[in-house]
Design a protein around this ligand. Sequence first.
Ligand code: CP
Ligand code: NVA
Length: 311
Amino acid sequence: MKRDFLAVTDFSKEEIYETFRIAKQLKADVKAGKEHHYFANETMSMVFAKPSLRTRVSFETGMVQFGGHALYLGPNDISIGKRESVKDISQVISRYNNWIMARLFKHEHMLEMAKYATVPVINGLTDYNHPCQIMADMLTIYEHHGKVEGQKVVFIGDGNNVCNSFLNFASVIPYHFVLAAPEGYDPDPETLAKAQAAGLSKIEVVRDPIEAAKNADVLYTDVWTSMGQEAERQKRLDDFDGFQINAGLLSHAKSDALVMHCLPAHYGEEITEDVLDGPNSVVFDEAENRMHAQKAVMVMLAKSGGADIKI
Ligand code: CP
Ligand code: NVA
């Protein structure tokens, strides 16, 4: 049986911690020059309907480190849903490759891809969520603060795909998640309701970034205009005025607060350059951890599918 990773909630609490353990081991091994060709001669199609730096490079490099090969299929190569249906694309790729990683606009397309694929599908971002990002982010918090449970993570900005994945994580592992967003930029209501109903985490949606930042263990942000929303850019610049992570806002957080951003960053908009490059920032550890976390997710999926991997 193949297993997919389409949302953080696809993994149990125990599986998330096991993913972190494997990621840390894989990271240490990469740094020690130790190779694990768990997926020797296997191939992955990476389907991108949107641009990417981290997701593409981390998956492609990770696949090579596993002894396999990844193929990049860019927005103009397949034209998902236009040149060919999602159903046909996923069935065709499944005949060539052992893995599919996809970055798509519509989340329904991701679900459809997983439904028709006979190989594991990994979600590399949709308009709805970004689970690989949150696995890397939480791994980064775990490494720097020694725990994720009970951490106060304050997301300043848009209740977007990254924010929805933080809420999904809150349904599985208890922590304190606060979104400070302007009116009209709340997260997906169903995802918020589910995370609250799970009753594990303290979850708040507030309008005042300064109040939110008080006592924060993590200050997190993402772009105000996500991929696909470019036409709204000016309105968003106006609406998010005051929702910037800068030295002033950071001064309200705990002194050892981590500054995080999934990147790409727009300096002077959601974050200032001095803070992103400052002593509290772990932004590049976070970016690096994309690769280690995703490789661990792959190991977890392969083991669920019966692969005999001992790590
Ligand atoms: N954070 C992230 O997903 O980066 P890319 O869009 O560059 O892949
Ligand atoms: N919210 C951003 C994340 C980029 C990694 C976007 O969807 O463009």
